[in-house]
Design a protein around this ligand. Structure first.
Ligand code: UD1
Ligand code: CA
Length: 457
C-alpha cells in the first residue's frame, strides 16, 4: 500500500485578492486553484489528500465534495498551525511521507513532486523543501544555507536581515516530510510560533536539523512552480503562464494553433491531431474534440464532446455532444443537453436546446429548436421555431426522418411531424402531422385589386 499522503493548506483569507469568495477557489484557466494542486498531487501518484480549510470553509468543502478529506482550522494562526489540524490524518500514514502544499500555488507539477520525493527518499531526509531560484524573492521565505551550502533554516521576509533578504533561493511552500518526523516537530513549531505570534511550518526545518535529522532542499527546474496568487494581478500572471503551458502541450501533441490571440484551452480539455484552433476561442471544462476539426474563430466550447472533422465557427456550445463532420455556425448557440449527430449543419443564428438532431439534418438559418427530437435527413427552413413553453410547462416536439419543415413554421409543442411529412411555409402547427402528408396551417392569401400605388411621386 502506498502510505504517502498530501496535506493542502487552504484556510487562508486572501485579503489582497479583494474577493468575497475563497482565494483557493480563484480560477486559473477557469479551474479553481485548489483543483490544479489536487490534480498535480493525483498525477504524482499520491491518492490520500487532506485539505485544511478555514476561511469560507463551507464554500471550499462544498466545492471539494468527496474529492478529498478536509479538516477545519478554526483560527488562522499560521501554516504550522494549519498542518497541525491534520495530525490525525498524517498519523494514519505513519511509515510514509506527507507532501505539504499551499492551495494558492497552482503551477506545482507532478514531475517536480515525484522528483522531489525520489530525492527525499534516496537521501533519507526527514524533510525536503521544494525551493526555486527567482530574480525577485520579495515576500517568499528565504533558504538560509550555512557552511558548505547546507540548508540551515528558512527565514520569512518579515524576520529576515538585510543580508538574508538578498538570498534569491526561496521556499515554494511545498515540502515532503516523513510523517513521524513532522508529527514529532509540530509541538516545537507551535512553541516557536508563540514567540513570533505566528506559527510557521517553515520552522520545522530548523527544529528537525537541531534534532539531528536530515533536511535539505530540492530545487525545482522551473521557478513557475512556486508562483502563488495573492492578488488579481498575480492571478492574471498565473493565467498567462498556465495558458502558454497548455497551448504548448496541445501544439506538441498535434493541435494546430496558428495564432494564440485570445485562445484559452482548459487543462482538462483533450484535442485531437490536425484540429485547428482559431483566434478568440475559449475551450473550458472537460471538453473532448476529435481530429481534423476547425474550431473558431471566436468560439466558446464548455464541457462538450466533438467528433472528427467538424467545423464550429463563431459559436457558443455548452454541455453538448457534437458528432463527426458537423458544421455549426457562424453565430450558432448550442445550449445544454444537445446531441447533434454526424453530418448535421446548424447555421447562422440557430439556437438548439436540450434536443437530439439526427444525421445529416440541416437547420440552416434563424431557427430555434428546443426540447425536440429531430430525425435524420430533415430540412428545417429559415426562421422556424418550436414553441416549447406555455409559460408554465415545457413540452417536446418530434420531427420524423426526412421531414421538410417549411420556412417560418412554428411547431407548437407537444406536437409530432411524421416521416417524409411537410409543413407549408408560415404554418403554425398545433396538431400532429401524419407520415407522408403536408400540413398547411395559415390563412389563405387574398388579393385586393384596387390599391393606391406605393411610393409614387
Ligand atoms: C508561505 C511560506 C513561505 C513560502 C511561501 C510560498 C510559511 C510561514 N511561509 O508564505 O516560506 O515562501 O508560502 O508561497 O509557511 N494557510 C492556512 N492557515 C493559516 C495560514 C495559511 O491554511 O493559518 C494557508 C493559506 O491559505 C495558503 C498557505 O497556507 O494557501 C500559505 O499561506 P500564506 O499566508 O499565503 O503564506 P506565505 O506568506 O505566502
Ligand atoms: Ca501565499
Amino acid at each position: 500500500m502506498n502510505k504517502n499522503c498530501a496535506v493542502i493548506l487552504a484556510a487562508g483569507e486572501g485579503t489582497r485578492m479583494k474577493t468575497s469568495k475563497s482565494k483557493v477557489l480563484a480560477q486559473v484557466l477557469f479551474v479553481p486553484m485548489i483543483d490544479w494542486v489536487i490534480s498535480a498531487v493525483r498525477a504524482s501518484g499520491v491518492e490520500d489528500i487532506c485539505a485544511v480549510t478555514g476561511h469560507l470553509s463551507e464554500a471550499v468543502c462544498a466545492h471539494l465534495g468527496d474529492t478529498c478529506e478536509t479538516v477545519f482550522q478554526p483560527q488562522r494562526l499560521g501554516t504550522g498551525h494549519a498542518v497541525a489540524q491534520a495530525k490525525n490524518f498524517i498519523a494514519s500514514h505513519i511509515g510514509g511521507n506527507v507532501l505539504v502544499l499551499n492551495g494558492d500555488a497552482p503551477l506545482i507539477d507532478a514531475k517536480t513532486i515525484i522528483d522531489a520525493l525520489a530525492f527525499h527518499v534516496s537521501n533519507g531526509n526527514s524533510a525536503t523543501v521544494i525551493s526555486a531560484t527567482v530574480n525577485d524573492p520579495t515576500g517568499y521565505g528565504r533558504m538560509v544555507r550555512g557552511d558548505g551550502g547546507l540548508l540551515e533554516r528558512i527565514v520569512e521576509q518579515r524576520d529576515a536581515t538585510d543580508d538574508e533578504k538578498k538570498i534569491n533561493e526561496v521556499n515554494s511552500g511545498a515540502y515532503w516530510f516523513r510523517c513521524d518526523a513532522l508529527l514529532g516537530a509540530l509541538d516545537d513549531v507551535a512553541a516557536m510560533g508563540r514567540e513570533k505570534k505566528e506559527i510557521y511550518l517553515t520552522d520545522a526545518i530548523e527544529i528537525l536539523l537541531n534534532n539531528g535529522k536530515r533536511a535539505d532542499a530540492f530545487t525545482a527546474e522551473s521557478a513557475d512552480v512556486i508562483l502563488g496568487a495573492n492578488d488579481r494581478y498575480q492571478l492574471m500572471k498565473l493565467n498567462e503562464i498556465a495558458r502558454e503551458r497548455i497551448l504548448k502541450e496541445n501544439m506538441l501533441s498535434g493541435v494546430d494553433i496558428p495564432c494564440t490571440d485570445g485562445v484559452i484551452i482548459s487543462p482538462q480539455a483533450v484535442i485531437g491531431t490536425d484540429t485547428q484552433i482559431m483566434p478568440g476561442t475559449i475551450i473550458t471544462g472537460a471538453t473532448v474534440i476529435g481530429s481534423g476539426c476547425i474550431i473558431g474563430p471566436d468560439t466558446k466550447l464548455d464541457s462538450c464532446t466533438v467528433g472528427d472533422g467538424s467545423v464550429i465557427d463563431s459559436s457558443r456550445c455548452k454541455n453538448c455532444t457534437v458528432g463527426n463532420n458537423v458544421t455549426i455556425g457562424p453565430f450558432a448557440h448550442l445550449r445544454p443537453g444537445c446531441v447533434i449527430s454526424d453530418g448535421v449543419h446548424a447555421g447562422n443564428f440557430v439556437e438548439v436546446k436540450n434536443s437530439t438532431v439526427g444525421k445529416k439534418t440541416k437547420i440552416s438559418h434563424l431557427t430555434y429548436i428546443g426540447d425536440s427530437d429531430i430525425g435524420e435527413g430533415v430540412n428545417i427552413g429559415c426562421g422556424c421555431a418550436t414553441a416549447n413553453y406555455d409559460g408554465t410547462r415545457k413540452f417536446r416536439t418530434t420531427v420524423g426522418n426526412k421531414a421538410f419543415i417549411g420556412c417560418h413554421t412554428c411547431l407548437v409543442a407537444p406536437v409530432t411531424v411524421g416521416e417524409h411529412a411537410y409543413t407549408a411555409a408560415g404554418s403554425v402547427v398545433t396538431q400532429d402531422v401524419p407520415d407522408g402528408t403536408m400540413a398547411i396551417a395559415r390563412s389563405r392569401q387574398s388579393i385586393k385589386r384596387k390599391v393606391r400605388k406605393y411610393n409614387e411621386d
